[in-house]
Unconditional design. Structure first.
Length: 223
């Protein structure tokens, strides 16, 4: 093979590699082994009292301040594992803004719940993996309290997907006619910008009683 041909093939391989790399955004960890620098309290800087990080697990035992990321995200894929206590109730928020006093008045919520014992488990609209109060998730997918669950949340433009333990359980489009009608019929109707921010904070709900542990939190931003 001639030298010019070898050079052309090398340049081609580099270009293909660059295109492939650009098509697959890198993952970024949101939790360290013993610290959570990517997170802060909704009401306070730094990790609020009641939250702790040990061996890569972020946890709390009772009602504490909600957590939000220190930076905003627009389009992303988020993965984490979570384990909740008996009758536990928490949530994963996305595209939250500080327009209102509480994170859940602006941000849609992926529900984290012990379906079998928490009151919200009586309705699929508020059960584990539901888009809280708007889109229900099927029964029988969440693991019992005290066991780890795997969550994947995809937010890309207006499209949202909730995954639980390897199964897609909820899918919807922000701002669609169906979404708008559901919001108007819900308790979120009094907040006109609910779920409509194009970018915002990711949050973890802490202000409900009960224990929660999360680990292996990672995110990759989508174009």
């Amino acid at each position: 093979m001639t030298r010019p041909r070898r050079l052309a093939l090398a340049l081609w391989a580099l270009s293909v590699s660059a295109i492939a790399g650009a098509a697959t955004p890198p993952w970024h960890d949101l939790l360290g082994d013993h610290a959570a620098p990517e997170w802060r309290g909704w009401q306070s800087a730094g990790l609020p009292n009641g939250w702790r990080v040990e061996h890569g697990v972020l946890s709390k035992d009772g009602a504490v301040d909600d957590l939000v990321t220190t930076r905003e995200y627009a389009n992303f894929e988020l993965e984490l594992e979570w384990k909740i206590g008996k009758a536990g109730n928490s949530g994963l928020f996305y595209r939250a803004t500080r327009e209102y006093d509480h994170v859940y008045w602006s941000a849609p919520e992926y529900q984290l719940l012990d379906d079998a014992h928490a009151p919200d488990g009586a309705s699929r609209l508020t059960a584990a993996a539901a888009a809280y109060g708007l889109y229900g998730a099927p029964a029988g997918v969440v693991a019992p309290y005290g066991h780890w669950n795997r969550t994947r949340l995809v937010v890309n433009g207006h499209h949202v997907e909730h995954w639980l333990n390897g199964r897609k359980v909820v899918e919807y489009d922000l701002g669609s006619a169906d979404w708008t009608a559901r919001v108007a019929a819900s308790k979120f109707a009094e907040y006109p910008h609910y779920g409509l921010a194009e970018r915002g904070l990711i949050g973890l709900q802490g202000d409900h009683p009960g224990s929660l542990a999360v680990r292996r939190i990672r995110i990759r931003e989508l174009p």
